[in-house]
Write a new protein. Structure first.
Lengths: 224, 294, 423
C-alpha cells in the first residue's frame, strides 16, 4: 500500500517526466507517435474519470446542503434542478415540444438552453468586469508615490490610446496618443512581461526538477 | 472641502456602476462613429492571411467561450469572410469544451451569408473540401502535438461525425506543417502553448487574437516574431473588420466596430474617475497634515 | 495509411503535375541557363517527411526558367511521379537546414542559393483519381530529376537518389539541450548543497509573511478561510504550486482550529486538494477537524465558477481569501468581490495579464516566480530553498546573456542572438 501511495507516483513522475523532456529533442516519428498516443489516450481517460468524479462531488455537496438546510440551500436546489434539466435535455433522444431536434443537435432543447441561458449568463458575468474595473480604478488608483503616479499616467495613456478617441488627441509631429500607447505596449510593457516570463519559466524548470526527482511531493497529497 | 473629499472617496460603488452602464448604453443606442486607425500588429496578421494563395490551408483555433463572445467572435466572423473570399481553406477546431457551439454558429452564419443582391457567395463551399470544422477534443497541448503528426489521426471524425481520412482538405494538408499558419482566437491561455507545441514545431507562422485583458502578455511573442500578428480585444477585432471591409460585405459596420464607441466612453469615464479620485485624495491627505496631526 | 496506398499504386504512377511558382517576368529563353549541379539530400532534423533538392541558378535566371521546370521522383527507373512543389526558397531563409550563412539579410544571392523542399508527390490511384501522397521513410530510396523544357525540348537533369529518414536527435536543439542540462545542473547542485548547509537566506516576501496574520484574523473572527487553486488543471505548474501552498496553509488552519473552504474548478485538483488538506490536518494533530465536504468541485465553466465563488464570498464572508494559481479574466471579479466583503486577500499568479487586477484589489500579491517560491518559503525546507538559489543563479546567467547579446547585436554581431534563436 505504501508503495502504491508513495514510491509508485514518484517513479511514474520520474520516468514520464524524463521521457517527455527527451521526446522534445527527437524528431523521429516514433517519438511523437508515442507521445501523441500516450498523452491523448490518457488525457481522454483522465478527463472522463475526472468529469464523473466532479459531478459526484458537486451533486453530493449540494445534496448535503439541501438535506441539512444549510445557509443558502435554496441556491443548491436551483443548481441541482438546472443540472438535471440540462442533462435530460442533452441525453433525450426525442424532440421536446417546440423543438425540431433531439439530444445536442442544432435546434434541440439543449442548444436552446446553451444559446439562451448559458451564453447570456456567462456574457453577463464577463461584462461585469467593466463595472468592477471602474470601481477598482476609482478606489485603488492613487498617486501615492512616484512609481504609483507613473503607473497611473501610463495606465491612462494606454486606456485612451487603445480606443478611437486616442487617435483624436494630437501630440505634434504627426503623432497622437495612440502612438504613445502603442510604444508603451510594445516597449516597456513587453520588456516587463519578458522579465516576469523569464523568472516564471526558470521557476517552472525548478519545480519540474523538484517533482521529477521526488523532492517536491506535496502535490501527491503527502508531506515532503 | 474635506468632508466632500470623504464623501467622494467613499462613493457608493453602485453610483459608479450606474454611470458605467450609461456610458455603455448611450453610445450603443446613438453611436458617435469615431474614426480609428489600424495598428501595425493587426495589419501584420491581416497581411499574412492576404498573402496566401487560393487553396492554401490554415488552422483556426476557436478557444473562446460565450463569455468572451463580444470581443472574440467578431474576429472569427471577419476572418472566415476573408478566408472564403480568397479561397483559403480553414481547418477549424476548438480546445475548450464550450467552444464548439459558437465556432459552429459563426461558421454557419458566414456560410449562409447573403449579399446585397441576395446572392449567397459561399453557398457552393463544401465541408471537407473547402473548409472543415473538427469540433472539440480534450487534451490541449496533446492535441497540438497530435495534429503536428496528422489531423486525421487526432480527429478521426469532424464535428458532424464525418470521417476525416477521406476529406480532400487533409490530402493536401495532412499535418500542421502543411498548413500556412495557425490563427488562435482565444479567451484562455492557449496562445502560450500553441507557440512551443504547435507552430514552432511545424515551422509555420502564428497569429493570436485575444481579449483586451490578456493582450499585454502576448506582446513579447509579437516583438520576438513568434506571433506574426496580435489582435487584441474589441478594438483589434474592429481594426480587422475594417481591413476585411465588413461594412462593404454586410452593408453595415461589424459588431466590434459598433461596440467601439461604448468602449471609448467607458475608458474616458474611468480616466475621469481616476482624476477626480486623485484630486480628492490629495485634498484629503493634505488637510490632516496641515492640522498638525502626527 | 497513405504509404500503403502508395505500395499498391506505385506501378500506375505516370501523371505529371506542374506547379508554377515564381512567375512575374516574361520569359527570355535565350538568356535562361540550365540548372547546374542539382543535388538531392535528406531533410535534416526531421521526422522523415521531406527531402531537399538544391540546384545552382542565378536569381534572375531562375525566375525565367521556373515556369518550365518540372521535378519528378523516379522509382526503379520506370515509375515516375511528379513532385508537388510547395515553395522555392532561398537557403538563407532557412537556417534550420543550412545554418546561419553569410548570405542572409541583403547580401547578394549566389547561384546555389535556392532549394526546393520535397514533401509531397502526386499519384494516380486505381480509380484514376490523382491524389497527393506525403514523402515518408517507407517510400524507400528514390531518384529525383529536374525536367526543364525550354522552347519545347525537354532536358533531364538527374539529381541523384535519396531515402527520406527520420533523425533521432534534432541537432538544431543542441544549444537548448545544453541549456537544459546547465540549468538542471545548477539547480540540482544547490539542492544537494542545501543538504550540507541548510542555512540559506531568502528575502522577505510580504505576502507570505502575512499568511499567519490572515489565518489568525479568520480564527479571531470565527470566519472561514477561502482558498482558490486557480482555474487550470494540475497540468499547469502554477496549479501545482498553489496546491503546495494549500498544504502549508491547511497545516496552519488546522493548528488555529479554523475552517478552510476550497471550492475547486477541476475535479483532479479537488481530489489532490482533499488529500493534501487531510494530510496537513493529520500532521497538525487535528485529524478530527478535517471536513472533506469543505473541499468540493463547483464547475469547470469559467464564469459559472466565478459566480459561484462570488456567492460563497458574499454568503460565508470568509475573513481571508487566498487566490493562488493561474487565473484569467475572472481574477478581478473574484478579488473585487472579496474586497467588498472586507477579507484579507493574498493573491499569487504567473498570469501576467491578471497581475494588475490583483495588485489593485488584494492586500498582498505574489508576482510570478514568488508563487513558485512560496512553498519553499513557508516550509523553510532546505532542499526547496536550495532550488531557489539555483534558480537565481540561472536567472543571473540569462541576464548576462541578454546584456551580451544586446551589446553584440548593437555592434553588428548576431552570433549570440542566433545561438538563442529557436530553430
Amino acid at each position: 500500500m505504501m508503495f502504491l501511495r508513495k514510491q509508485l507516483p514518484i517513479i511514474l513522475a520520474f520516468v514520464i517526466g524524463l521521457g517527455l523532456w527527451l521526446q522534445a529533442y527527437i524528431p523521429h516519428r516514433t517519438s511523437s507517435a508515442g507521445l501523441t498516443t500516450f498523452t491523448q489516450s490518457w488525457a481522454v481517460i483522465l478527463a472522463g474519470c475526472a468529469l464523473l468524479l466532479g459531478i459526484l462531488s458537486a451533486v453530493h455537496h449540494h445534496w448535503t446542503k439541501i438535506k441539512l438546510r444549510r445557509q443558502g440551500f435554496a441556491y443548491s436546489i436551483i443548481t441541482l434542478g438546472a443540472f438535471v434539466v440540462t442533462l435530460v435535455a442533452g441525453l433525450s433522444w426525442w424532440n421536446w415540444p417546440g423543438f425540431g431536434a433531439a439530444k445536442m443537435a442544432d435546434g434541440s432543447l439543449f442548444t436552446w438552453i446553451f444559446d439562451n441561458v448559458f451564453t447570456p449568463l456567462a456574457a453577463t458575468m464577463f461584462s461585469l468586469l467593466a463595472f468592477f474595473i471602474a470601481s477598482a480604478a476609482f478606489r485603488a488608483f492613487r498617486a501615492r508615490s512616484f512609481e504609483a503616479t507613473a503607473l497611473l499616467i501610463a495606465g491612462c495613456i494606454v486606456m485612451l490610446g487603445r480606443v478611437p478617441i486616442g487617435e483624436l488627441i494630437p501630440l505634434g509631429g504627426g503623432h497622437d496618443l495612440s502612438d504613445v500607447a502603442g510604444w508603451i505596449m510594445n516597449v516597456p510593457n513587453a520588456a516587463a512581461q519578458r522579465a516576469i516570463l523569464v523568472g516564471v519559466i526558470l521557476s517552472q524548470v525548478a519545480i519540474s526538477i523538484r517533482i521529477i526527482f521526488g523532492i517536491e511531493r506535496t502535490y501527491m497529497g503527502g508531506s515532503d | 472641502m474635506h468632508n466632500l473629499a470623504k464623501i467622494i472617496l467613499n462613493l457608493d460603488r453602485r453610483i459608479i456602476y450606474s454611470v458605467v452602464m450609461l456610458c455603455v448604453a448611450i453610445p450603443l443606442i446613438r453611436p458617435f462613429g469615431l474614426p480609428f486607425r489600424v495598428t501595425p500588429e493587426v495589419r501584420d496578421g491581416y497581411e499574412l492571411i492576404e498573402s496566401l494563395k487560393e487553396g492554401d490551408v490554415i488552422v483556426i483555433s476557436c478557444d473562446y467561450g460565450p463569455s468572451a463572445e463580444a470581443e472574440t467572435h467578431p474576429m472569427y466572423v471577419a476572418l472566415l469572410h476573408q478566408c472564403f473570399r480568397k479561397g483559403i481553406r480553414p481547418v477549424i477546431l476548438t480546445l475548450i469544451p464550450d467552444g464548439p457551439g459558437l465556432a459552429n454558429r459563426g461558421l454557419e452564419d458566414v456560410l449562409a451569408y447573403q449579399d446585397a443582391e441576395g446572392q449567397k457567395p459561399y453557398e457552393h463551399l463544401e465541408s471537407g473540401k473547402d473548409y472543415v470544422f473538427l469540433g472539440f477534443k480534450t487534451g490541449g497541448q496533446a492535441i497540438m502535438i497530435g495534429i503536428g503528426q496528422g489531423f486525421t489521426g487526432t480527429f478521426p471524425t469532424d464535428y458532424n461525425a464525418q470521417e476525416t481520412a477521406a476529406m480532400p482538405i487533409f490530402r493536401d494538408a495532412p499535418k500542421l506543417a502543411d498548413t500556412k499558419c495557425v490563427f488562435d482566437i482565444a479567451s484562455v491561455g492557449y496562445p502560450d502553448f500553441w507557440i512551443p507545441y504547435g507552430t514552432e514545431r511545424a515551422g509555420i507562422p502564428f497569429i493570436v487574437s485575444c481579449t483586451a485583458v490578456s493582450a499585454p502578455q502576448y506582446y513579447p511573442y509579437y516583438a520576438a516574431g513568434q506571433a506574426t500578428g496580435l489582435i487584441g480585444g474589441m478594438k483589434g477585432a474592429a481594426e480587422y473588420e475594417s481591413l476585411v471591409d465588413m461594412a462593404a460585405i454586410t452593408g453595415s459596420d461589424g459588431p466590434a466596430t459598433k461596440g467601439l464607441d461604448a468602449q471609448s466612453a467607458v475608458h474616458v469615464f474611468i480616466i475621469l474617475a481616476i482624476i477626480i479620485a486623485n484630486i480628492f485624495y490629495i485634498i484629503d491627505r493634505r488637510r490632516p497634515l496641515s492640522g498638525g496631526v502626527a | 495509411m497513405r504509404s500503403l496506398d502508395l505500395t499498391n499504386t506505385r506501378f500506375c504512377l505516370t501523371a505529371l503535375l506542374l506547379l508554377s511558382l515564381v512567375c512575374v517576368l516574361a520569359p527570355h529563353p535565350a538568356r535562361a541557363q540550365s540548372p547546374s549541379n542539382p543535388e538531392v539530400t535528406d531533410h535534416p532534423n526531421d521526422d522523415g517527411s521531406a527531402v531537399i533538392l538544391s540546384f545552382g541558378l542565378a536569381g534572375d535566371e531562375l525566375l525565367e526558367l521556373m515556369p518550365q521546370v518540372q521535378i519528378e521522383g523516379v522509382w526503379h527507373d520506370t515509375e515516375t511521379a511528379p513532385v508537388l512543389l510547395s515553395s522555392l526558397d532561398k537557403r538563407s531563409d532557412h537556417p534550420e537546414i543550412y545554418g546561419w550563412g553569410v548570405t542572409d539579410g541583403n547580401a547578394e544571392l549566389r547561384p546555389d542559393d535556392y532549394y526546393v523542399p520535397i514533401s509531397k508527390y502526386v499519384t494516380v490511384g486505381e480509380d484514376g483519381e490523382p491524389s497527393v501522397v506525403p514523402v515518408s521513410p517507407e517510400l524507400g530510396e528514390f531518384a529525383v530529376r529536374l525536367v526543364v523544357d525550354p522552347a519545347g525540348r525537354a532536358e533531364s537533369h538527374p539529381a541523384g537518389s535519396v531515402q527520406a529518414t527520420g533523425q533521432l536527435f534534432n541537432r538544431n536543439m543542441s544549444f537548448r539541450v545544453l541549456l537544459a542540462f546547465l540549468f538542471a545542473g545548477i539547480i540540482m547542485y544547490f539542492i544537494l548543497a542545501a543538504r550540507r548547509n541548510p542555512n540559506i537566506f531568502i528575502r522577505r516576501i510580504a505576502g507570505l509573511e502575512a499568511v499567519d496574520e490572515a489565518i489568525g484574523r479568520a480564527t479571531e473572527m470565527g470566519k472561514p478561510v477561502l482558498h482558490i487553486n486557480g482555474l487550470d488543471s494540475l497540468a499547469t505548474l502554477s496549479t501545482v504550486a498553489a496546491v503546495n501552498i494549500l498544504g502549508r496553509i491547511a497545516g496552519k488552519v488546522a493548528t488555529y482550529e479554523s475552517d478552510l473552504l476550497v471550492p475547486c474548478f477541476d475535479p483532479v485538483v479537488m481530489t489532490v486538494s482533499q488529500e493534501v488538506v487531510k494530510n496537513a490536518y493529520i500532521e497538525a494533530g487535528r485529524p478530527d477537524n478535517y471536513r472533506e465536504d469543505n473541499i468540493y468541485f463547483l464547475t469547470d465553466q469559467q464564469f459559472s465558477y466565478t459566480a459561484s465563488v462570488c456567492g460563497i464570498m458574499l454568503r460565508e464572508k470568509p475573513a481571508a481569501n487566498f487566490l493562488l494559481g493561474y487565473f484569467y479574466a475572472e481574477s478581478l471579479l473574484l478579488a473585487e468581490t472579496g474586497n467588498t466583503t472586507g477579507a484579507i486577500q493574498i493573491a499569487g499568479t504567473d498570469a501576467q495579464a491578471q497581475l494588475p487586477f490583483f495588485i489593485t484589489t488584494c492586500d498582498y500579491t505574489l508576482i510570478g516566480e514568488e508563487l513558485y517560491a512560496a512553498s519553499a518559503y513557508l516550509s523553510r525546507e532546505p532542499m526547496l530553498l536550495g532550488s531557489l538559489r539555483g534558480q537565481d543563479l540561472a536567472k543571473a546567467f540569462v541576464m548576462v546573456m541578454i546584456f551580451l547579446g544586446t551589446l553584440l547585436s548593437t555592434f553588428g554581431s548576431e552570433w549570440l542572438s542566433r545561438l538563442w534563436t529557436p530553430l
